[in-house]
Design a binder for this molecule. Structure first.
Ligand SMILES: Nc1ncnc2c1ncn2[C@@H]1O[C@H](COP(=O)(O)OP(=O)(O)OP(=O)(O)O)[C@@H](O)[C@H]1O
Ligand SMILES: [Mg+2]
Length: 360
């Protein structure tokens, strides 16, 4: 069942178009991540859905009903704002109860419902505390409980974890995912953190300059980005510009960079003048030394270079390799211990599959 449908929604501020013909629908119980750079129109889109901003064009339907003329409190939408503003003069429990009072929940049911929601977010022991007596993560949980308390048709979360430090952010992300799944909430979660978007969403929508550029599963967005912008925005990547050389054989085309580096790619380019080639760093294998043991295969790229920098980042090691002509390549390998460590100055070959080269 379709819970939300935006049709051609546009919002202009003077000459500037903040949201530009957005079409978006979401099925019941699904979590959609809305991802895009700062200023691309994410918050404006949520505000339009919630009814705080009215669009200049287009319609918003919730459960098949055009809500264009209904006020925010008439829409059953749960919202957690970008800065998770709780009411400072109310306790955690009062904050959670607030929306229910205004949405006609019978007074007798409110206390037990408040307790249930606070238990859901593991805040039941702090129901009498005021926001100033809670940590950022705890406030975030209360804000989530408040948003879920009225059993909303749709939950809108605007950068729900952005105010938290990295460790807490990761913990709460996992918890948030569990909570949303357990209550079956139909959710749009806005973030400009690509890792968060890929891990939280059943589907990811990428926005740029007010427009939706691509929608797809997290895997699809990462492995088959629609264009260079999405590829650059989602995940790390190495970029080369190459001109095609000769005819492609067996579906493999060869490109040559200005520095004379040859790169073979399996995916076809629509362009004949040149192409942007993208290689994900985790698809690059590093092999010791300049020769031997790598098969000369048309499907395989083998580039010889010198290790410039090695950064051990916990589970991963980031290795920067300098190729001929000073171009650089980032390879990410698993940290498997000292035996396979590489060091700056060492000659290595970077090996990657032609099918792992994205061509734009
Ligand atoms: N009330 C307003 N008046 C004029 N311009 C506005 C208004 N609200 C938003 N904008 C502009 O619209 C664009 C989109 O803003 P929006 O808040 O939706 O971005 P965002 O994608 O949420 O960005 P961020 O990731 O930084 O939160 C921005 O360029 C912003 O400056
Ligand atoms: Mg925003």
């Amino acid at each position: 069942m379709r819970v939300l449908e935006l049709k051609n929604v546009t919002k202009r501020y003077g000459e500037f178009t903040a949201v530009d013909g957005v079409c978006l629908e979401i099925e019941k119980g699904k979590v959609l991540s809305l991802l895009g750079p700062s200023g691309c129109g994410k918050t404006t889109t949520l505000r339009i859905i919630a009814g705080f901003t009215s669009p200049d064009d287009g319609t918003v339907e919730i459960s098949g009903e055009n809500v264009g003329h209904s006020r925010p409190y008439e829409r059953n939408v749960g919202l957690v704002f970008q800065d998770y503003a709780l009411f400072p003069h109310m306790t955690a429990a009062e904050n959670v109860a607030y929306g229910m009072r205004h949405r006609g929940t019978p007074a007798a049911e409110i206390p037990s419902r408040v307790r249930k929601m606070l238990t859901l977010v593991r805040m039941e022991s702090m129901e009498l505390r005021y926001p100033s007596q809670l940590s950022g993560g705890q406030q975030q949980r209360v804000a989530l409980a408040r948003a879920l308390a009225t059993d909303p048709q749709i939950v809108l979360l605007d950068e729900p974890l952005s105010a938290l430090d990295a460790k807490l952010r990761l913990e709460l992300r996992i918890e948030l995912k569990e909570i949303l799944r357990s209550v079956g909430a139909t959710t749009i979660v806005v973030t400009h953190d690509q890792e968060e978007a890929l891990s939280l969403g059943d589907e990811v929508v990428v926005m740029r300059a007010g427009k939706i550029i691509q929608r797809g599963s997290p895997t699809k967005i990462y492995e088959a980005p629609a264009d260079k912008f999405v590829a650059e925005f989602v995940g790390r990547s190495n970029w080369f510009q190459g001109s095609p050389r000769g005819e492609s054989q067996d579906g493999v085309s060869t490109y040559v960079t200005a520095n004379g580096i040859e790169i073979r790619a399996r995916s076809p380019s629509g362009r004949h003048d040149g192409a942007d080639l993208c290689i994900r760093p985790e698809n690059i294998e590093l092999v010791d030394g300049a020769a031997g043991e790598v098969p000369g295969n048309r499907e395989l790229n083998v580039l010889t270079g010198v290790v410039l920098d090695v950064a051990p980042l916990g589970a991963d090691v980031h290795v920067v390799v300098e190729l001929p002509g000073k171009s650089r390549l980032l390879a990410i390998r698993k940290n498997v211990g000292r035996s396979q460590a590489v060091a700056p100055g060492q000659t290595v070959r970077a090996v990657f599959d032609a099918s792992d080269v994205l061509v734009f």
